[in-house]
Design a protein. Structure first.
Length: 310
């Protein structure tokens, strides 16, 4: 691959690592299959693009996109917690509604940001890394968000959030409000996704109403690849796996599309994505099953009575 293709894959991987962190909070920590992601990603992009075009400072516009994504997650949480709608269906309803809302926000199917000042503009002269400038900025943001998630999940609220997702009955017995934890977790999850959409629009120079299609698949693929490599027991390793898994996933896609001898073309992107996700799931299950098969043997070896000496 060329240096441009490598930098593009790295940039996309770092961007979608924020999505993977959001998916980790909803799917793994809260055990909440949230499909709002496919709508909150373009919502963050749309809100940021509209703000930038109207002269808002790009850093403030990025915060607006993040808050917009969090608001979308809050709606899904309210549908589930207050109106008792199944979590999967709540996410689908919000995702479908957001397509129309995104059109309303932008006023048209897409908005161009070419020639506009974005969050990356000041660093183009400050860092002067050429095609790697955006990668450097996104790496800093991704690592910062990873440490923020680690810190949050170690706080009292974060521990309550983890307890609520792991064992709701036990959490309720410890006076933890499961509904309140769901609202907090899904809001934070989609805020991260909205931030990813905001940065994606500024990086690519446009926001499009259909740019969120398949976002949840990308986030899950990154999450599963990271768990396969680093495991998911400790939060620190799980969040690091989100970053590494996202970057590796984008490199797999880029390598497949640039491997001319395989005959893969741009229209085969969805096929390649499905294959990569399927392989990641199979490897994850194989890793888990091998661990469970080895554990009884290790336990028997450790607990077996020692032979008595003559």
């Amino acid at each position: 691959m060329s240096a441009l293709a490598i930098s593009g894959a790295l940039e996309a991987g770092l961007l979608f690592s924020l999505v993977a962190l959001g998916v980790y909070l909803s799917f793994r920590v809260l055990n909440f299959p949230d499909l709002t992601v496919d709508g909150s990603f373009p919502l963050g992009a749309a809100a940021t693009a509209v703000a930038i075009v109207n002269g808002v400072n790009p850093f403030l516009a990025t915060a607006i996109g993040m808050l917009a994504g969090g608001a979308a997650g809050l709606v899904s949480g309210i549908l589930n917690v207050r109106f008792r709608i199944l979590n999967l269906l709540a996410g689908i309803l919000t995702m479908v509604a957001l397509y129309s809302i995104n059109l309303r926000v932008m006023g048209r199917p897409n908005i161009s940001l070419y020639g506009e000042t974005t969050i990356f503009t000041p660093f183009e002269t400050l860092l002067d890394f050429g095609i790697w400038t955006n990668c450097a900025v996104l790496l800093f943001i991704a690592v910062a968000m990873k440490f923020l998630v680690d810190w949050f999940l170690s706080t009292q609220i974060g521990l309550a959030l983890r307890a609520s997702g792991e064992n709701p009955v036990m959490a309720r017995a410890q006076s933890v409000g499961n509904g309140r934890m769901t609202l907090i977790g899904i809001t934070l999850s989609n805020a991260l996704v909205g931030l990813a959409g905001s940065l994606f629009a500024q990086s690519q120079g446009m926001a499009d109403v259909s740019m969120g299609i398949g976002t949840i698949v990308t986030g899950l693929a990154a999450l599963i690849i990271g768990e396969t490599l680093l495991g998911s027991i400790k939060v620190v390793w799980a969040t690091l796996g989100c970053l590494i898994g996202s970057v590796l996933y984008r490199f797999f896609i880029a390598a497949a599309l640039n491997a001319g001898f395989l005959g893969i073309q741009a229209q085969d992107l969805n096929l390649v994505t499905a294959v990569v996700v399927a392989v990641a799931v199979v490897l994850s299950q194989a890793r888990r099953n091998s661990r469970f098969r080895l554990w009884p043997a290790l336990r028997r070896a450790l607990t077996a009575p020692q032979p008595q000496k003559g």
